[in-house]
Design a protein around this ligand. Structure first.
Ligand SMILES: *[C@@H]1O[C@H](CO)[C@@H](O)[C@H](O)[C@H]1NC(C)=O
Ligand SMILES: *[C@@H]1O[C@H](CO)[C@@H](O)[C@H](O)[C@H]1NC(C)=O
Length: 579
């Protein structure tokens, strides 16, 4: 062969093997496999059988990593269509249609929320595209949650709900580029609620038509599932993905956190419903059994302490109980997983755990704050318990715990207990009260209030120390664009139909937007109590994923993402109820 030609042949061979390596021509002689999975007209009403498999791709495939501790028998979801009707959650809005004027107001408010979102989204596109977060003061970007584009994935469903369909299309195209490859230590809780929740909700909103989203959800689901590969099949919640990818054995933490153990149930159950692959459901069913088995054996029966030993499966030792950070969604997911399962099969486990825990919450974890106007409100707090006779309630409140209002109201409707709806209303009203009585109309991150002896009214004792009327002290005066208060306001509006919640929401929105707005977007603020609130260079992805979504939905027609057809995960991602 002529040497010149030989060189060309070698070069071509190199190019082809490189393309082959990149998977551009994997099956270039063989017939190509059908596009994943197939085109669907709507979401499945039963889990697909046989289970869907992701198509071959050139991304890192977590299914190829060897399992160290295989499961013998997988728990299954029922494969028959579910007929059971759950009690209605939403108020019947058809009985009193709004006036023309109210409609006008509602639409103007809704447009203002959408404009705030669009402004942030434009800056994110221009300055932080595919990065985790936009920096709203400097206009830069930062990596905070794995570097897979947290804000991008977290915002997908908000784009859809706000009818920004072109932006949604661009965002989905960008999402297909994400590679969930081994990267270092991963926070599995945040990864699950923000990324997996975001992908599943976006897929559900497209009526399960855009299979690119399910494909991504399965890729990520397989990564998260790999973190359950431990001797007792409990997850490693701060997981070294590089070690795991090399087959290094890992164990769950001896000093774990209850929220991080117990907040996979909604996302993994939905993933199994959509794919028919029962590995995900099996993984959470194992966790649920442990929770159920130990719930009544803790120092405060009905509740699990914040700190737990996942390695030795002991959830009973610690004495700190809370509804705030590190505990929150463990409780939130009980009623919601029941709803996602449509009350059928293992849903009864979740019902039992919901009732046991919420009875304890209402009895021990809520206090009535001493406030000048004697408002009928209840604030969630924490408790230290050493035994049934030694229970000490704290007096701290945190913005994060404001989700409790929505949780109790939703649970009260699902399980038909008026006491829970009323308690949910009083908790929501407590959060609203602190918004309305804080200097700039925004609730601080963490503070304390003086507690009345019981849930009945008590006189305001002005001789006690107060930094502001009603506020005993403020330990963390930031507002970091959190959603929980507006979340509960949204639930109360949809559940009671009381339009005064829309007026409350509008006041909250104006206060927040005016204090947090920057040149590019909206920013966390350092101190809600001083003249100069001072913008911090941070906009967590939940601002677009949750806070603005709930504001938008409070001002939407109540049929948009109805609570009778959808259940929200703890990052405000709505999953479609089957059937
Ligand atoms: C939980 O324990 C209490 C006693 O501590 C008992 O009265 C109650 O029946 C138990 N509940 C369940 C569901 O096991
Ligand atoms: C409703 O909830 C309250 C407070 O948790 C509880 O005491 C009561 O037994 C519940 N009622 C029903 C019918 O379950």
């Amino acid at each position: 062969m002529h040497p010149r030609r030989w060189r060309w042949t070698a070069l071509l061979l190199c190019i082809f093997s490189f393309l082959f390596y990149l998977n551009y021509f994997p099956l270039w002689i063989l017939p190509s496999p059908p596009r994943f999975p197939y085109v669907q007209k709507s979401c499945p009403t039963t889990p697909p059988h046989p289970p869907l498999k992701p198509p071959p791709g050139r991304r890192f495939n977590w299914r190829d990593v060897d399992t160290q501790y295989p499961v013998q028998k997988f728990e299954q979801l029922p494969r028959t269509a579910v007929k059971k009707e759950l009690p209605p959650v939403q108020y019947d809005f058809s009985v009193d249609p709004p006036s023309l004027y109210d409609e006008l107001m509602r639409k103007r408010r809704q447009a203002a929320v959408k404009a705030a979102f669009a402004r942030c989204w434009t800056s994110y596109k221009e300055r932080a595209w595919m990065k985790d977060e936009l920096q709203p003061v400097s206009g830069g970007s930062k990596t905070t949650f794995g570097g897979w584009g947290a804000t991008l994935v977290d915002s997908l469903d908000t784009l859809w709900i706000m009818n920004l369909k072109e932006d949604f299309e661009d965002a989905v195209s960008a999402v297909t580029q994400i590679n969930f490859k081994p990267e270092g230590e991963v926070n599995m809780f945040e990864t699950t609620i923000r990324y997996l929740g975001g992908l599943l909700a976006a897929y559900d909103l497209t009526d399960c038509k855009d299979s690119r989203l399910l494909e991504k959800a399965m890729e990520l689901g397989d990564m998260i599932y790999a973190s359950f590969d431990t001797p007792n099949r409990m997850p490693v919640t701060r997981w070294d993905s590089v070690k795991a990818s090399k087959g290094v054995k890992q164990s769950p933490a001896a000093n774990g956190i209850i929220a991080e153990l117990a907040s996979f149930s909604l996302e993994f159950t939905r993933l199994s419903q959509l794919t028919g692959d029962m590995r995900y459901y099996d993984a959470v069913a194992r966790v649920t059994s442990v929770l159920e088995e130990q719930q009544n054996r803790t120092k405060l029966p009905g509740l699990w302490p914040v700190g737990i030993d996942t390695q030795n499966l002991d959830l009973t030792r610690d004495n700190q109980f809370s509804l705030g950070a590190m505990a929150d969604s463990a409780y939130e997911y009980l009623g919601k997983t029941y709803q996602l399962l449509r009350g059928v099969g293992s849903a009864s486990q979740y019902k039992k755990m919901y009732e046991l825990s919420m009875n304890a919450v209402i009895e021990h974890l809520l206090f009535r704050p001493m406030v000048p106007d004697q408002a009928d409100i209840l604030m969630p707090t924490s408790v230290r318990a050493n035994s049934a006779s030694d229970i000490r309630q704290g007096d701290t409140a945190q913005h994060l715990a404001c989700f409790v209002g929505g949780m109790l109201a939703l649970g009260g409707r699902l399980f038909q207990n008026k006491t829970h709806v009323e308690a949910g209303q009083r908790v929501t009203d407590a959060c609203v009260w602190t918004y309305q009585n804080a200097p700039h109309g925004i609730m601080p991150e963490m503070f304390s209030m003086h507690a009345c002896p019981t849930h009945s009214p008590c006189p305001y004792d002005a001789s006690k120390t107060f930094v502001y009327p009603g506020f005993a002290s403020i330990s963390d005066a930031r507002y970091i664009l959190r959603p929980e208060a507006i979340e509960s306001v949204f639930y109360m509006y949809r559940i009671t139909g009381d339009t005064s919640y829309q007026d409350i929401a509008w006041e909250m929105f104006q206060a927040i937007d005016s204090q947090t707005r920057t040149q590019y977007a909206n920013a966390a603020i350092r101190d809600v109590s001083t003249e100069n609130t001072e913008r911090l260079d941070s906009m967590e992805s939940f601002w677009l994923a949750e806070t603005l979504k709930y504001f938008y939905l409070v001002f939407s027609e109540p049929g948009l993402v109805s609570l009778d057809d959808w259940v929200f995960n703890t990052e405000a991602h709505p999953f479609r109820l089957m059937g």
